[in-house]
Design a protein around this ligand. Structure first.
Ligand code: PLP
Length: 228
């Protein structure tokens, strides 16, 4: 069995190779370690190997882990679906939120972000595959929603996030990520962040401009939801 440190160096090599192939500097691409269902001890091991950014999908699970890891200077990212009654805790306990897809949620995060903290970094999740079950605003909704969120205080709109339909077809992966990149450019807001690419498709995402790749399985191993 490979360790988290081994997995991280394999990932660094994948990211470097993908960046090189795309003519990009590897430093433009940052790794977000997605630790849902994994224990705090796994995050601690990842930190020891060099991970500094951690992504969580479920609020209570994230708060529990944060409580066990207060001694580590980690940056916490919320990447899961957001219910209205969870916004206060998210605004108080995270530095980034990648999964905003409604104005009401953004308004609550803005109102509830504590004054003493830096602006909360926001990515707007867009659904580029048109799957009804997926979170994310539609491409049609995006311009008005992005403009409204960019105007809210105590939030900093950084870019777009997407989870395209899973496929092994590299051309299809790239087409979906290219769509996200083009949508972001068309907003004309000078956004600097594209949160896209997971364990199975990070190469295609990097080829199309990803700045955060969100990696769970390839870093921590397969998830066992039965024990989550
Ligand atoms: C679980 C999850 C990931 C990580 O997926 P892997 O395929 O395990 O790398 C990335 N982004 C989001 C939003 C997730 O929920």
């Amino acid at each position: 069995m490979s360790t988290i440190a081994d997995n991280l160096s394999t990932l660094a090599a994948r990211i470097n190779a993908a960046a090189q192939a795309a003519g990009r500097a590897p430093s433009e691409i940052r790794l977000l370690a997605v630790s849902k269902t994994k224990p705090a001890s796994a995050v601690r091991e990842a930190f020891a190997a060099g991970v500094r950014d951690v992504g969580e999908n479920y609020l209570q699970e994230a708060l529990n882990k944060q409580g066990e890891l207060t001694d580590l200077p980690l940056t916490w990212h919320f990447i899961g679906p957001i219910q209205s009654n969870k916004t206060r805790a998210i605004a108080e306990h995270f530095d980034w939120v990648h999964s905003v897809d409604r104005l009401k949620i953004a308004q609550r995060l803005s109102e509830q972000r504590p004054d003493g903290l830096e602006s909360l970094n926001i990515c707007l999740q867009v659904n580029v595959s048109g799957e009804a079950s997926k979170s994310g605003c539609t491409p049609d909704e995006l311009p008005a929603l992005a403009a409204a969120i960019a105007a809210l205080p105590r939030l900093k709109l950084r870019g777009l996030m997407a989870i395209p339909e899973a496929t092994d077809d590299r051309a299809a992966q790239e087409a979906a990520f290219a769509r996200v990149r083009e949508l972001q450019a068309s907003l004309g807001l000078g956004l600097d962040t594209l949160s896209m690419g997971m364990s199975h498709d990070l190469e295609a995402a990097i080829a199309q401009g990803a700045t955060w790749v969100r990696i769970g399985t390839a870093l921590f191993g397969a998830r066992d939801y039965g024990q989550a």
